[in-house]
Write a protein that binds this ligand. Structure first.
Ligand code: FAD
Length: 593
């Protein structure tokens, strides 16, 4: 059975020594957010994840969800765990105290999310979707909707969903067929079929609040004609209790590769009563609030799985005896050396570690900017922070989830054939990791978002939110000898990114196919450079502790070196691909595929 210990030491490092805690504390409402307040929260979160959620991860996978006459049941133990989770206030950790939330920074919320994803990704889907729906209603709902729904979603009594996908409509939401017809009382009747709806039906909460995309009768065609509706499973009574059953039912559960304890539902809306959120035909904008938050959350899923896979792979590599060290016997008293001694196993472990720690750092930095973008009193500072978050969102979603897949596959590889056998639980991590590359917009779509929207928007303003601070950082440390081994490779990768950016922008301007052809490699190049910036900064922080006896900072420096020397050079190959252009993709005859 896999084990998991929340990496609290590393989490504290990124929160206190890498991200800027003063920047957080300067925000209105966060003045008291000192380590003294945050540490116990992290420790309690670790406890519930390690002691309550982790033990249900395997059984949840084995048992899955079941459906009988439209009633969906989650696996044994999930109900109790959900209750404990909600009672502990974990669902509303970063929600507004006005709605009953704990009002903690989203930076802390993301760290806790990582723990949840490591311990039990399928469980995390239920509060995760609820939090996304909360964010959308909070931003776009009217006062009455906020008062009715938000407190119950924050305390976990009611849960939430996002209902976008239909059989004919996945990436291209302009193809939505679900209809919304106005009623005399100001509500709407919603009719249509949605598929793949996470947490669409289950037995954890007393009510389920669906956020549904649908088209009004006078809707303009395409994505400009989509509106957003609140459609509760039970229509709330006057006193806010779940009342009459609404026409929103689960018709089937999808059978799928992983996250089996997360109910993925085919939903039928049959003249269901719903209420418009925000303005007519502006539903996609409102839903994007939810999707942007969710995209960062999905990125964290990749990070969480990379971490738990790494931890288990290290433990196994210490124990498993096979062969002798290529450079001599290491464990003379044993019949063979632990596989930890083999260079290829060390390569895999260090890759996973560098991925997880690098992503954790980038996540903390981005989440801090998210808090600044949400709360800072100065409009310009707010906008600058938001630009950075906008730019990083597709990178975090796509690169972190690709790493989640890589790292879980490597974790399995470290176990050899035993990783493929169910007993050790490593194959579940692989299966669970795969979905994160697909939902919330496939990773290919994230790459298009980066080159097609984020890159050109506001004449490159989003790009500047990254390019300027990285350049300033390189210049600041150029003369620092101790940092040279980190700054030089960062500077080279940064140069490659600048070169590729100019080329993709130039080519994409005359031929959008060219931008599309470069998108995935460009996103990875960007992400690896962003991680190099993180690793340089982590090395800088570690160099401040030359006398550290715990080994923590020494290991940090060693991982930074590994990243710079063994992972960052991938940027050269990526630039070569990007520079080669899209002709080979374009010219291949369709019929020849
Ligand atoms: C387990 C699970 C849970 C889910 N949960 C939810 C949920 O809660 N709510 C919800 O609404 N949906 C949910 N989804 C749906 C998910 O978001 C979609 O599957 C996803 O957005 C992709 O849509 P699609 O499957 O129709 O693929 P398609 O859109 O058909 O895409 C197929 C392929 O074509 C590529 N592609 C498509 N269009 C373009 C383009 N313009 N340019 C380049 N490439 C393109 C894609 O990248 C992909 O590789 C879930 C799906 C699963 C499997």
């Amino acid at each position: 059975m896999p084990t998991y210990k929340a990496p609290l030491r590393d989490m504290r490092f990124v929160l206190n020594e890498l991200a800027d805690p003063e920047r957080l504390r300067a925000l209105p409402g966060f003045e008291e957010m000192t380590a003294d307040l945050i540490d116990p929260v992290l420790e309690e979160a670790a406890k519930i994840c390690e002691e309550v959620l982790l033990p249900l991860n395997r059984s949840g996978d084995e048992e899955g969800c079941t459906i009988e006459n439209g009633v969906v049941r989650t696996p044994k133990g999930f109900k109790e765990a959900y209750q404990a989770f909600s009672d502990g206030g974990w669902g509303g950790l970063s929600s507004d105290p006005e709605d009953g939330g704990q009002g903690l920074p989203q930076t802390i919320g993301m760290v806790v999310e990582e723990m949840i994803c490591s311990a039990n990704l399928a469980f995390g889907m239920y509060p995760g979707l609820t939090h996304g729906a909360y964010a959308a209603i909070k931003k776009h709902g009217n006062a009455e909707q906020k008062a009715l729904y938000l407190p119950k979603m924050v305390n976990g009594e009611w849960s939430g969903t996002m209902c976008l996908t239909e059989p004919q409509c996945g990436t291209d939401l302009g193809l939505i067929r679900t209809k919304a017809v106005p009623s005399d009382d100001g509500s709407y009747r919603i009719t249509g079929n949605k598929i793949f709806i996470s947490a669409g039906e289950h037995d954890l909460a007393a009510n389920i609040i669906h956020l549904v995309l649908a088209k009004l009768p006078d809707a303009p065609p395409g994505t400009r004609g989509i509106s957003l509706f609140i459609v509760p499973k039970f229509l709330p009574t006057e006193d806010g209790k779940p009342g009459q059953r609404n026409g929103a039912v689960c018709t089937a559960l999808e059978h799928k590769m992983g996250i089996k304890a997360s109910a993925t539902c085919a939903m039928s809306f049959d003249d269901a009563k719903g209420w418009l959120v925000g303005k007519p035909h502006q539903g996609l904008r409102a839903m994007f609030t939810m999707m942007n938050a969710a995209r960062l959350g999905v990125g964290v899923q990749g990070l969480g799985l990379a971490e738990v896979s790494y931890q288990n792979a290290v433990a196994y590599a210490r124990d498993r005896l096979q062969g002798r060290g290529i450079d001599g016997v290491k464990a003379k008293d044993k019949p063979a050396d632990p596989i930890l001694v083999h260079p290829d196993v060390r390569r895999m472990l260090l890759t996973m570690r560098a991925q997880a720690e690098g992503c954790r750092a980038l996540c903390a930095i981005t989440a801090t900017e998210l808090d600044v973008a949400t709360r800072h009193p100065d409009a310009q500072v707010k906008q600058d922070a938001d630009d950075f978050v906008q730019l990083m969102t597709p990178i975090i979603k796509a690169m972190f989830t690709d790493f989640g897949w890589d790292a879980t596959a490597m974790g399995m590889q470290v176990f050899g054939g035993h990783g493929y056998i169910r007993d050790h639980g490593m194959e579940q991590f692989v299966r669970d990791a795969r979905i994160a590359q697909l939902y919330e917009g496939t990773n290919g779509i994230q790459a298009l978002d980066l080159v097609g929207r984020k890159m050109p928007q506001h004449a490159g303003r989003y790009l500047r939110s990254f390019f300027h601070p990285v350049l300033a950082y390189i210049e600041q440390h150029e003369e620092n000898e101790a940092m040279a081994e980190f700054i030089l490779p960062l500077s080279k990768a940064f140069g490659r990114l600048q070169q590729a950016t100019a080329e993709v922008a130039r080519r994409g301007f005359t031929d959008p196919f060219e931008a599309g052809a470069a998108a995935t490699e460009y996103l990875r190049l960007f992400g690896l450079t962003a991680l190099a910036w993180m690793w340089a900064r982590m090395a800088e922080a570690a160099l401040k502790h030359p006398d550290d006896e715990t080994g923590f900072y020494k290991a940090k420096l060693a991982t930074a070196r590994f990243y710079m020397q063994r992972m960052l050079p991938q940027t050269s190959a990526l630039v070569a691909c990007i520079m080669a252009g899209g002709e080979t993709l374009k010219q291949f005859e369709d019929a020849a595929f």
